[in-house]
Design a protein around this ligand. Sequence first.
Ligand SMILES: NC(=[NH2+])NCCC[C@H](N)C(=O)O
Length: 416
Amino acid sequence: MVTPEVPGGEAPLGADSEVGRLRTVMLHRPGPELKRLTPRNNDRLLFDGIPWVSRAQDEHDGFAEALRSRGVEVLYLTELLTETFASDLARHHAITTTLNGLHLGDTLRDYLARFLGECSPADLTGYLTAGIRNDEVRGGQGIVTALLPSDDFLIDPLPNLLFTRDSSVWVRDRVAVTSLAMPARRRETQLTELIYTEHPRFAGTRRIHGWHHEHVEGGDVLLLAPGVIAVGVGERTTPAGVERLARQAFHADLAHTVLAVPIAQERATMHLDTVCTMVDVDKIVMYPNVADSLRAHAVTVADRSGEGAHELVLDVAPAEPFLVAAAKAMEIDTLHQIDTGLDPVTAEREQWDDGNNTLALAPRVAVAYERNVETNDRLEDAGIEVVRIAGSELGSGRGGPRCMSCPVSREPLPVD
Ligand SMILES: NC(=[NH2+])NCCC[C@H](N)C(=O)O
């Protein structure tokens, strides 16, 4: 359950929908890690271009300002991380997990452990997020430094930290620290897990997943309604990942139905939130080119007499059209679809530019990239207020307002 608000205190942690009034959100302002992108490494680092960093920062500041001007508290991931590093234990943990890659060798690993161990919390955040290249180390010289190319990263930069929704997702009052599938992103959740474990703001928060578990990415997790979670299964979230998440959610009484939604294994549709996002309690903006083929298996608990989450007996229903299965689980007549774009070509262009990837600030109020003109018009025609933000540079990482934000606190939806 989302806990009731403490008068005068911070907003209670958690979210039970994608559209309850947004109170607190975690963002990552793009920083030096984006300056590491080159035409030779951008594919591996999952960017489709080389962003103009200062413009991306301006756009991101515009996004944060749009949220603040509507009463949303903005937390920044790197500030939380630096505060987390006030703890010696957290620093030690971060350094050890970062350096356990097999490409380093003992000489370099020992040197880097000492070097990072002596850094200030802010510098440590900088190195762990922007990475370290072979030609930047001042010690630890030996076989590895001599033989690795000078521009190889000893610690990889994390340009996709920008997409904070992928690295954690709240389900009611618990947080799922996710387990990212792509090698370029695996380290991100070692950092988010530390924040949620060690930062005083999150003291006592219970977790329902972790970076060492089966792959689940937050972009695939949609809280369709209190008790109903849709999870995309494709390039990023594996069938085993959904199973673990569903078991944990059922066991902790966070949900009664999980819809497992297979999605095409393509770059344009890497996460479920590239295909659809909620903009009202019963409205979803959706890519029409896949809407007809999108299907879902409703997963429920058939028998909960066993002890632990792993002993729940799950029922997996045959696949049904997504909108049908969703409406049933949400106990509403219809989940109304608002189409991306106008015609199939505009839809394809605006889907690519994250037209579906909206962030709801409240029922019928959503943040969207301004460039998706046709989709935004359609949202307005359907009675949704659209808060438009610039995203020409931000978009080169293939993510929109929803991927770039992890809602940490939303008001529960009014019960009618
Ligand atoms: N939830 C999302 N759709 N996130 C988009 C993530 C984009 C990022 N460049 C990646 O490939 O992982």
